[in-house]
Design a protein around this ligand. Sequence first.
Ligand code: NAG
Ligand code: NAG
Ligand code: NAG
Ligand code: NAG
Ligand code: NAG
Length: 952
Amino acid sequence: MGAQFLLYLIMLFLSLSNLSSHATIENQSHFFTLMKQSLSGKSLSSWDVAIAGERPYCNYTGIGCNDEGYIVEIDVSRWSLSGHFPANVCHYLPQLRILRLGHNNLHGNFPAGINNCSLLEDLNMTYSSLTGTLPDFSPMKSLKRLDLSYNLFTGDFPMSITNLTNLEWLNFNENGGFNLWQLPEEITRLTKLKTMILSTCMVHGRIPASIGNMTSLVDLELCGNFLVGRIPPELGKLKNLRQLELYYNQLVGEIPEELGNLTQLIDVDMSVNLLVGKIPESLCKLPSLRVLQLYNNSLTGEIPSIIGNSSTLKILSLYDNFLTGKVPTNLGESSDLTALDLSENHLSGDFPPNICKGGKLLYFLVLDNLFTGRLPATYGKCKSLLRFRVSSNFLEGPIPEDLLGLPHASIIDLGFNRFSGAIAKTIGNGKNLSELFIQHNMISGVLPPEISQASNLVKIDLSNNLLRGAIPPEIGNLRKLNLLLLQDNKFSSSIPKTLSSLKSLNVLDLSNNLLTGSIPESICELLPNSINFSNNRLSGPVPLSLIKGGLVESLSGNPGLCVSIYLNTSDSDFPVCPQIYSRKRLNCIWVIGASGIVVIIGAVLFLKRWLRKETEILEQDEILVWSSSHVQNFHKINFDQREIVEALVDKNIVGHGGSGTVYKIELSNGKTVAVKKLWSRKVKDSASEEQLFLDKELKTEVETLGSIRHMNIVKLYCYFSSSHSNLLVYEYMPNGNLWDALHRGRDRDFLDWPTRHRIALGVAQGLAYLHHDLSPHIIHRDIKSTNILLSADYQPKVADFGVAKVLQARGGKDSTTTVIAGTYGYIAPEYAYSSKATVKCDVYSFGVVLMELITGKKPVEPEFGESKNIIYWVSCKVETKEGAMEVLDKRLVGLFMEEMIQVLRIAIRCTCRVPALRPTMNEVVQLLIEADPYRFDSCKSSNKETSDVVKS
Ligand SMILES: *[C@@H]1O[C@H](CO)[C@@H](O)[C@H](O)[C@H]1NC(C)=O
Ligand SMILES: *[C@@H]1O[C@H](CO)[C@@H](O)[C@H](O)[C@H]1NC(C)=O
Ligand SMILES: *[C@@H]1O[C@H](CO)[C@@H](O)[C@H](O)[C@H]1NC(C)=O
Ligand SMILES: *[C@@H]1O[C@H](CO)[C@@H](O)[C@H](O)[C@H]1NC(C)=O
Ligand SMILES: *[C@@H]1O[C@H](CO)[C@@H](O)[C@H](O)[C@H]1NC(C)=O
């Protein structure tokens, strides 16, 4: 009886457990129904395949079961899912250990109930676009890995994680929505924690000394927060630490010597803080140290010489401190250095002779110090160098043979030193050189014509030297040249006519030389922003255009120059030319638009007189109509206004914009222009001249574009305003805008990658010009592919400055503006929140355009998921090489994959959420030119490996 009862009990137990396991299986399959109901995504269909057996889902992709048939793992990372993850997952899957949902587009809040999964060990929800506040994590007693990075959580930081004493991995990087919070002492309860990434997630206050008790830590990252106070010496107890990232905070005091106890340390970055005192020798002795970055602090004392013995050091970046003394002589001898940036310190003495012995050095940057002596001859053999910048020191002696012709170098900057000797012919080997600065030295000899073989040169500054002889005519082959400064030398030839083929030239200064001969008439085909020929020995007639352009000043000090009798010369000191010059045909009208509207009357009168006298195209009435209106000419114009007015007929319409109609007009002189006709809104009450004169946007466009000359910025030739309408006359861009070329183009005429790369570089150069070469600088504020126009040979030109705002540089800082502009899909996140435009907003928008070029996709597409954009989509894909390949435009099969991925990395940096981590447009230009050889997949690591490491 007893035995029977026992048997019965056993049977009952078995059937019950059987039953309960059946119930679980039911529950488990039900969960898949829920998933399919609340989430969408192609990959889910892989679960529709009929699989025979009791627990078919155990064979589904992304699902793992244990031996009893319980689901223990769900990994749907990067499945392009969108929708809600079902609530109470552990009710259905009671044995779940691993849940990986990263890189999906999960809507709404942290999925309810996950925090009740007491057996869960690994929860990964990186890049899941989750919002809202976080629940109490205390019940997740088994959790070992928690990755909630790159989300948009708000509210209080979940302090309950301090209850998760099994944690080994913790990542909250990039959650800028939390309320400010402080690291609690209780964090030290996480004694098993190996990785603690709490970067850019709103931590403020001090770093508690007790963190030194978390001796399991291998990786500690607290960068991009608001940490204050000293770096606790107790960090020296973290004997397993390999990576320590404290950059971008407000830490003060000295770097604790105790960090020298961290013998495993590989990568240390404490840049951009307020640290003082010396660099501890103990830190420089560390046996595995690869990266040491302490730039932008207030460190003093010498660089410990012991660092020269390191056999592991790759990156040393100490710029912008107050360091003194010498650079260790043996630096670079024992390790393969890739980047050295010691700029902006008070370092002195000689350069280390064997700095590039390892053959890997890319950046040698030591500008603005007190270095003396000669450049070691070995520097001419540093074949790997991309940038070599030693300007503003006291260096002397010759420039090493081959230095200027280094095959990969894109910037060589030797300015403001005491270099002597000649420029070697080998400069012609500098095929990647884009910027050459040797100004303010004692360089003598002639400028070798071979310089014209360095065909990527954009900027040349050789001013203030002792160069003599001819300006080589071959210089006209440098088609990309934007800046040519040769002033204050002893050049004695005539001005070569070939200069007129430098179509991109913006600034030309030949003043204070011994130049002879006449000014080539063809020079007025150039439209440099600034030109200076003063104090030479030029003679003959001054081209009319130069005088009318107000450039008289820039011709002064040339006693042999004269002017034609046709001109009223009251505004110049030039004598009237002898008879032989006077009948010369003047074929170049060029009126430089001054900043305001002031010059107009003069221009109109002049134009009127000239037109009547020389060509008599306009009838009296027309002249009256237009002279009673505003006319502003900005570039050389050679067309007749009546012709334009007459051509404003329907058949010439090529488009309608928000503000007016665009016409394509072919002029009788063969030129084609685009004319935008805007209706002026008459202000009835107070129809003053001022108010008739257009709304602000138009005025901004006129003023901005009128004053800019750059080959990648659309030219505004001229502007008319009358009581009926306003006409803007632009250069015509036959290939339309980039948006249409990328997204509307038929498949057979899509843009190939070299063309797209050229477009990217051109736009970058145009923006770099706006941001860095103009004063005050200009923020475009609405960079997008529809505002990038394409010329006949697919050169890009940035257009539509209606919302651009010229920012006055006040006290050296950007004054930002608070008028919101921009276009959905392109707006930088901080701009959307704060409505403060900075140059970094343009960088962000440019990054979006880069992504369009790379992927062929629009900034917002249904496939990215609701309210998700291209940046999100790309970021979900790029962590693996295969993923990165997937984002590339499918129409560009096979070719140039590597190059495209390199540009993709630049795009990712440009679209970093933290503005400070985005590169400047100057850097972007360099990166695009350099075809950066590093690999990186996120803002942070990229930053580490390229230009944040090195400032310039
Ligand atoms: C499901 O997977 C198990 C082991 O993982 C395997 O033995 C079985 O054959 C699979 N069933 C099907 C239908 O694929
Ligand atoms: C989370 O998943 C992503 C891939 O989706 C991976 O790169 C990351 O390392 C994971 N985090 C942890 C802590 O395992
Ligand atoms: C830790 O867990 C205990 C017990 O569940 C709870 O009382 C406490 O509030 C938790 N701590 C935090 C910081 O949430
Ligand atoms: C943790 O560190 C603090 C300060 O460094 C120390 O006072 C305390 O005793 C340590 N606690 C444990 C449990 O080791
Ligand atoms: C750590 O470093 C400090 C200073 O460098 C030293 O005084 C101390 O003894 C070291 N501690 C250990 C445990 O090595």
